[in-house]
Design a protein around this ligand. Structure first.
Ligand code: GDP
Length: 295
């Protein structure tokens, strides 16, 4: 396991104190240490650098040089800054419209379908809603079956048209169906590819144009680390999504992807997913994530 950032900083400052006094040069060294720790936690290098430049300015402003426990003060500055970057935006779902349409997008294997099931369960059991799940993956018949299994587990109807190869039509028909059946939430699970490609992007943006969703959630695997930046950028450019879902946080990742992605696209993380069980969906708490990144 990595040494935590808190431990590293305490260690670094203890050494400096031994040398008699803490100077601006020492702060610069410590800031480098923070940058290394962030990169170890999977934060993109450039973002880690921007971030630590801000921390450095703050540290000098907040008199770390003369603090009694500079290590602790430094950790506090880093943590506050992380929280501010990840949590300054309102991250509640906008579910007032009837029906509310929620589009789920992301790469194949990111956890989209599992998340769709979890979200349906969350909205049904915690928000008293009547969701409809929509299987709009026209390439993988197995994806329809998977969603049906999940829907069955949480007691939510799944709309699909196995013979139809037009995702836009499926989505439009599903909304008609929802209106007729009295579903007040429509969750559309779209197709994903192993990498961003033009066909997929065109298809999902066509679905967006046709159904005009209140929420577009970009699902990303927290284990993908550095790659996540480019994927998030590509999806955001085409979809201008409203929020991020960070999956597989039950793994041993330190969660740096959270910082990297929100920082890059300036969108809030709305949910985190921490396992395959359908009740392991959590709203996002910036404080907890900051702590996780700090170790
Ligand atoms: P999709 O292709 O984006 O729809 O991805 P899936 O929902 O099929 O998920 C891909 C794999 O990741 C499946 O084996 C899921 O069981 C697993 N998975 C999804 N979410 C999580 C999670 O939060 N934690 C863990 N450990 N596994 C997950």
């Amino acid at each position: 396991m990595f040494e935590s950032l808190s431990e590293r900083l305490e260690g670094a400052f203890k050494q400096l104190k031994g040398e008699g006094r803490i100077s601006e040069i020492n702060i610069a060294t410590t800031v480098k240490e923070i940058r290394r720790a962030l990169v170890d936690a999977d934060v993109n290098y450039k973002i880690a650098k921007d971030f630590t430049d801000r921390v450095k300015d703050k540290a000098l402003g907040e008199k770390v040089l003369t603090a009694i426990s500079p290590g602790q003060l430094m950790v506090k500055i880093v943590k506050d800054e992380l929280v501010e970057l990840m949590g300054s935006t309102e991250s509640e779902l906008d579910i007032k419209t009837n029906p509310t349409v929620i589009l789920i997008a992301g790469l194949q294997g990111s956890g989209k379908t599992t998340f769709s099931g979890k979200l349906a369960n969350f909205l049904k059991s915690k928000k008293n809603k009547k969701p409809l799940l929509v299987a709009a993956d026209i390439y993988r018949p197995a994806a329809i079956d998977q969603l049906k299994v999940l829907g069955g587990q949480v007691g939510v109807e799944v709309y699909s048209e196995p013979e139809n190869k037009n995702a836009v039509e499926i989505a439009e028909n599903a909304i008609k169906h929802a209106k007729a059946q009295g579903n007040n939430i429509v969750i559309i699970d779209t197709a994903g590819r192993l990498a961003v490609d033009e066909v997929m992007m065109t298809e999902v943006s066509n679905v967006k144009k046709a159904v005009n969703p209140q929420e577009i959630l970009f699902v990303v695997d927290s284990m993908t680390g550095q790659d996540a930046v480019n994927t998030a950028k590509a999806f955001n450019e085409r979809l201008n999504f409203s929020g991020i879902v960070l999956t597989k946080l039950d793994g041993d990742t330190r969660g740096g992807a959270a910082l990297t992605i929100t920082y890059t696209v300036q969108k809030p993380i709305k949910f985190v997913s921490m396992g395959e069980k359908l009740d392991t969906l959590d709203v996002f708490y910036p404080e907890r994530m900051a702590q996780r990144i700090l170790g």
